[in-house]
Design a binder for this molecule. Structure first.
Ligand SMILES: *Cc1c(COP(=O)(O)O)cnc(C)c1O
Length: 356
């Protein structure tokens, strides 16, 4: 892939890296940040003052619109280091397109492509030593845009800040995840913002997820808001059901986040000759498959955990346990994706992007 770059970013590097104070073999996801961050402001109708500077606090007016009306969107991606020390991203153009799609839905101005890629390359190169050694480890990259205008009038902001921060991440296994199928709460609705990576979508999920936790389930499988009869997403991941040897997943709509992991997994599975059905999946169909033994696996798919196997689900107060599979698709596709991301396997679809 080739993206034009221009030298428009003002770079101020840290005097001494903070990395010596950090144990990269023992980190909690999302809690530690690398030395630098990228920042760019939108004023007078354009993005300007692009800079990379030491990671640290930003100053905002208490009246900044993001605090009052939630005009905020984000992206999550990862940088990987292979055995030769080369740095890779995975399908970053997908994240670029998606943050602008999310921005548009929240009346936030789009960010320019050349600057997005220049910032990513510069920042990852600068802080690559923060990527923990080892297969599956990465530098989690959080890009986000917030409304910064100091004005509590209920209208879109005239000022925004686009930022990139990065956080070292160890490969993690989510453990056995037990989920509850939503019968009352919804993550998104027709015509809403479910397809956007809007910060507010997450805020709205926390309360129902807490209720599920109190009952012993770590996550909620969201169903459609109108009937609660169709399965849509698992927590903050897309969800797949393996019935016999077919994979079923909800089709992309304005209620579903169009995940990069989801679409990549679908392409790999089809290349392997696995039947993948992107269609509405009824709760009753999955309950029936659980009862007659044809439901083999359920798993979530998303950048942070890659694939997260689900060991049990609850519906109408009945718990259905899944039997671990020796030929698990969840482990197969986790390895297939990681091998491509870490430059250990052929990249049949040209997904890897080398950071230079
Ligand atoms: C980010 C996200 C996903 C996963 O998307 P990836 O591009 O695979 O990381 C799935 N569902 C929701 C609701 C999300 O916010």
């Amino acid at each position: 892939m080739d993206f034009s770059t221009s030298n428009t970013i003002n770079v101020q590097t840290i005097e001494e890296s903070r990395i010596k104070n950090v144990d990269l073999s023992n980190i909690k996801f999302g809690s530690i940040f690398a030395d630098h961050m990228f920042e760019c402001d939108y004023t007078d109708g354009t993005w300007k003052n692009a800079s990379i500077r030491p990671y640290g606090p930003i100053s905002l007016s208490p009246a900044a619109k993001v605090f009052h009306y939630g005009q905020a969107v984000f992206e999550g991606m990862k940088a990987y280091k292979d055995e030769q020390g080369k740095l890779w991203l995975f399908r970053p153009e997908q994240n670029f397109e998606r943050i602008n799609k999310s921005a548009k839905r929240l009346a936030i101005p789009e960010f320019p492509k050349d600057l997005f890629f220049e910032a990513l390359n510069k920042l990852v190169k600068l802080d690559h030593h923060w990527i923990p050694e080892g297969y599956g480890n990465s530098l989690y990259i959080r890009t986000f845009v917030i409304a910064t205008e100091s004005n509590v009038g209920a209208s879109p902001s005239n000022l925004y800040k686009f930022m990139i921060i990065t956080s070292p991440a160890q490969s993690y296994y989510t453990g056995e995840v037990r989920v509850e199928i939503a019968e009352h709460f919804s993550r998104s609705a027709n015509g809403g913002v479910g397809a956007a990576k809007a910060a507010g979508n997450y805020a709205a999920q926390f309360y129902p997820t807490n209720l599920a936790r109190e009952k012993g389930f770590q996550q909620v499988i969201w169903t459609d808001a109108s009937s609660h009869e169709y399965l849509e997403e698992a927590g903050t991941m897309n969800v797949f059901f393996r019935v016999n040897d077919s994979l079923l997943t909800a089709p992309i709509s304005d209620r579903i986040l169009d995940g990069v992991t989801r679409k990549s997994l679908i392409q790999l599975a089809r290349m392997d000759g696995i039947n993948v059905e992107e269609r509405r999946v009824r709760v009753s169909e999955i309950v029936e498959a659980a009862n007659n033994g044809t439901l083999k696996e359920i798993f979530g798919a998303g950048t942070a955990a890659v694939i997260s196997p689900i060991s049990a689900f609850s519906y109408q107060d009945q718990v259905y346990e899944l039997t671990p599979q020796t030929d698990s698709y969840a482990s197969l596709f986790k390895k297939r994706l990681l091998d491509i991301q870490f430059n250990r396997a052929e990249d049949p679809f040209g997904w890897r992007y080398e950071v230079k």
